[in-house]
Design a protein around this ligand. Structure first.
Ligand SMILES: Cc1cc2nc3c(=O)[nH]c(=O)nc-3n(C[C@H](O)[C@H](O)[C@H](O)COP(=O)(O)OP(=O)(O)OC[C@H]3O[C@@H](n4cnc5c(N)ncnc54)[C@H](O)[C@@H]3O)c2cc1C
Length: 437
């Protein structure tokens, strides 16, 4: 049986990216997915917070724009009635965001992986994982659509990029830390006839609205509510959706003048967790490794970032530059470091706790100051080093002498209702070690 360097299960933003990066470094990669491409999934797709910069570094940003997803350089956010609009939030041609439909984005990433040399197998469902008889994962077993014949494949690394219900995470019983149950539900659809105003976020205190331009001259419109409202929202999705929009008269004027082009879709199962993303012969990336509420729209950008961290680690390990186990441990450390502050902030926002007082004060202070608003968004979107804006001198200047202790990106003022770590359970050995097929 052929021994691949890596088998990647799941070929969307985490898996296709990881496969592409490994193949670009000369590794033999098998990329499998039970879906075919292009295909949609009921997930959002506003990529920001560093994600556009990563796409540009990979040489794919122009291709994504060419699918018809407009670069987003205007950002408007509204909390507690204060609306801040930043224009021209872009650096060296990299826009703060872009919101390509998943049909376009995932297919483009899959093509990039294949162009780089990865072997692609779609309509292939992974049913189980194989081991060396001990704890080391050595490959997959699955079947092609329409066939019951089991197919096994072996690799030095097996990577789960198979989303939040990851079969690989289940198989290795990956530790899930910082866990918090679902906090929100999301419903969304697509509208035509809406003028492009960039990304708009309107938090109404007990619900929030997100609007952004996407492919085909459409706008995605998302509304989120606390999860306890899911049954009543589900009972009258359109009514509740439109009455949420009506709470923002300005947005209502725009959206009610447009036309909804697609049915509503939604999600009510959005748990928050950070799994241990690596072990002997295996790794997790994207939602499989860390799933978070979509409130701050971090999923795709984080998946790109972690795909880079993981592919680098595996390359160092497989090329002999560093013991593989050390390289994977470094992947875990770097992923956690890069994730944790945003993860916590996201939990805070998804509980509709409003902005912490220092952020409210800052937003009130810079209202009407176009340059400061742009600089703040550039920093928050990682287009400039955050400390360039969030440093004591600048904050004091903007706040006319506010507390000097306000330093870098503000942290949530209160801990989430569900204490971090509440979902931790001990790491156990593989559930059912199996010999290699
Ligand atoms: C309602 C909602 C709104 C969101 N909004 C945003 C947003 O605006 N911006 C943002 O950045 N993120 C958003 N997210 C999160 C984002 O969609 C995810 O973070 C992202 O899709 C994760 O990508 P992934 O590649 O890790 O997993 P997925 O996109 O879930 O892909 C997993 C793939 O694995 C395949 N797979 C799974 N099991 C198997 C198996 N056994 N065999 C073969 N294949 C398998 C699946 O077919 C699938 O193609 C949102 C999510 C939701 C639910």
């Amino acid at each position: 049986m052929k021994m691949y360097d890596a088998i990647v299960v799941g070929a969307r933003c985490a898996g296709a990216s990881t496969a592409m990066l490994l193949a670009r470094q000369g590794h033999s990669v098998l990329l499998v997915d039970r879906s075919t491409f292009p295909s949609d999934i009921p997930h959002g797709h506003f990529i920001h917070h560093g994600g556009t910069g990563v796409l540009q570094r990979w040489g794919l940003l122009d291709d994504v724009i060419a699918t018809g997803a407009p670069p987003i350089t205007t950002m408007s956010t509204e909390w507690h009635g204060v609306r801040l609009t930043g224009e021209n939030v872009a650096v060296n041609g990299v826009p703060l965001g872009i919101a390509p439909r998943r049909t376009a984005l995932d297919a483009l990433l899959v093509d990039a992986a294949v162009d780089a040399g990865a072997e692609l197998r779609t309509s292939f469902t992974v049913e189980d994982f194989i081991t060396d008889g001990n704890d080391r994962v050595t490959g997959i077993t699955g079947h092609e659509r329409g066939s019951t014949r089991p197919v096994s494949e072996q690799a030095r690394m097996t990577i789960g990029a198979d989303g939040r219900y990851s079969g690989l995470a289940r198989f290795v019983d990956a530790l899930a830390g910082n866990a918090c149950p679902t906090l929100t539900c999301f419903y969304f659809s697509y509208w035509s006839g809406i003028p492009d105003q960039g990304i708009r976020v309107v938090d109404l205190g007990d619900k929030a609205i997100f609007v952004a331009p996407t492919n085909d001259r459409l706008h995605m419109v998302f509304v989120t509510w606390p999860i306890d409202q899911a049954p009543s929202v589900r009972a009258d999705i359109e009514g509740r959706f439109m009455s949420a929009i009506d709470e923002s008269p300005d947005l209502a004027g725009i959206i009610r003048n447009g036309r909804r082009e697609e049915p509503f879709r939604g999600a009510v199962d959005l748990p928050n967790f950070m799994r241990t993303p690596q072990g002997d012969g295996w790794a997790l990336v994207g939602d499989a490794g860390c799933h978070k509420d979509p409130y701050m729209a971090l999923g795709c950008g984080d998946a790109f970032r972690d795909a880079e961290l993981l592919a680098d680690a595996i390359h160092r390990g497989l090329s002999g530059e560093q013991p593989l186990s050390d390289a994977l441990a470094e992947y875990e450390r770097r992923r956690n470091e890069a994730t944790l502050a945003d993860y916590r902030q996201n939990l805070h926002m998804a509980q509709f706790r409003g902005l912490p007082p220092e952020q409210r004060a800052l937003r009130a202070a810079i209202q009407g100051d176009a340059e400061a608003i742009r600089d703040m968004y550039l920093a928050l979107e990682l287009l400039t080093p955050p400390e360039r804006f969030f440093n004591p001198d600048n904050l004091q200047k903007l706040l006319s002498g506010g507390p000097a202790s306000w330093t870098l990106v503000p942290k949530p003022s209160r801990q989430p209702r569900f204490a971090p770590g509440s979902g931790i359970h001990g790491k156990r050995r593989l559930k059912s070690p199996r010999p290699a097929a």
